[in-house]
Design a protein around this ligand. Structure first.
Ligand SMILES: *Cc1c(COP(=O)(O)O)cnc(C)c1O
Length: 339
């Protein structure tokens, strides 16, 4: 294998040795299959292609200072995929099968798990798709659950820093009773145009407001939002937000550290009151916010006066990473070892 420059890898696709698959047919999941092909053989009328019967997950495996490989709250990814599957009338992948396949695919691609010092990790992408041919709009009879992996570089290449974000009022990611709480490709397709607008205006990513009133903060691209005021961690509540496992974990860690935790609607106006804020998700863990600009009203919210991450962001980020890397005790039972 050509030597990969782990620390400078992008968040992109790199071919590895294997992926693992299980097919759902006749009402049950089949045996785990190991494949060295990067391709899927499917019918051109498969429901995933035409009607968006597609769900996915994201997760990372880390090589740790003690030499072991750890995954973080993998059962929660399984549960969230089950919730998404119910939402799109797809069969649920049992937690046991999900975890077994995740461990297998990491083990099989062990040589692609980056060394600890690089800050890089092995990204896991579980994918659930409807496979049988339909022309009428109805759920597929057959499904494929696949987990592919790719090594990815560290999110913060130049050290932990803030990013600026743009509120987009002319785009909604998801509606109150839509699919926002499900991790489906359709939500991402719906976000591409807004993401382009934010990028072209020089921002890291777009921020969505609630689709009903355009008053409350919803999500930051494919990450959740949180704000910190004094001793309180505040994160939005909405039926169209994707429940981030990283955010749920941060709420727990914040509570452990003695913070109050509030989960409630967060009006855009409240941005003027936060001492710190961040985007939270698997990719960055925490991406601290410098400035937020509402592209349509022109309002600007300066969250970090000096452009540096605040102390609470640093504290939560460090605690979280230490647990992921086995440097602090795993008191909540969040870690799964790959052996
Ligand atoms: C995946 C995702 C997140 C982050 O969830 P994590 O479990 O923390 O990785 C947040 N928002 C959206 C829209 C997502 O798809």
């Amino acid at each position: 294998m050509p030597q990969l420059d782990w620390a400078n890898l992008p968040f992109g696709y790199i071919k590895t040795d294997y992926n693992v698959r299980s097919y759902y047919k006749d009402g049950k999941w089949g045996d785990i299959e190991v494949s060295d092909s990067e391709y899927i053989h499917m019918h051109m009328a498969a429901t995933c292609l035409h009607y968006g019967q597609e769900a996915f997950e994201g997760q990372k495996a880390f090589r740790c200072p003690d030499g072991k490989i750890r995954m973080f709250r993998i059962e929660e990814n399984a549960r969230r995929l089950q919730n998404t599957a119910r939402g799109l009338l797809m069969p649920e992948v049992p937690t046991e099968l999900f975890v077994e396949m995740a461990k297998r695919v990491v083990k099989l691609n062990e040589r692609f798990v980056p060394p600890y010092e690089s800050g890089a990790s092995l990204y896991l992408r579980p994918l659930l798709i409807g496979m049988s041919a339909e022309i009428g709009v109805r759920p597929s009879q057959e499904y494929l659950f696949i987990i592919m992996v790719s090594p990815v570089g560290p999110y913060f290449k130049g050290g932990f820093h803030t990013n600026d974000y743009a509120i987009v009022r002319n785009y909604d990611r998801a509606a109150p009773h839509g699919t926002g709480a499900y991790k489906v490709g359709g939500n991402y397709a719906a976000s591409l145009a807004a993401n382009k607008v934010a990028h072209e205006a020089g921002f890291a990513c777009e921020i969505y407001l609630d689709a009903r009133e355009h008053k409350y903060i919803e999500e930051i691209g494919a990450a959740n939002f949180f704000g910190v005021r004094g001793n309180t961690y505040i994160t939005p509540k909405s039926t169209s937000i994707l429940p981030s496992i990283t955010n749920a974990s941060m709420r727990q860690l914040a509570a452990d550290l003695g913070f109050n935790v509030e989960v409630r609607p967060v009006p855009e106006d409240e941005l003027t009151t936060f001492d710190e804020a961040g985007a939270v998700g698997t990719a960055a863990v925490i991406s601290p916010i410098g400035r937020i600009v509402d592209l349509d009203t022109g309002k600007e919210y300066v969250i970090s006066k000096d452009g540096e991450p605040g102390p609470v962001c640093k504290q939560l980020y460090t605690k979280f990473r230490n647990i992921q890397y086995g440097l602090e005790p795993d008191v909540h039972g969040w870690i799964t070892f790959v052996d």
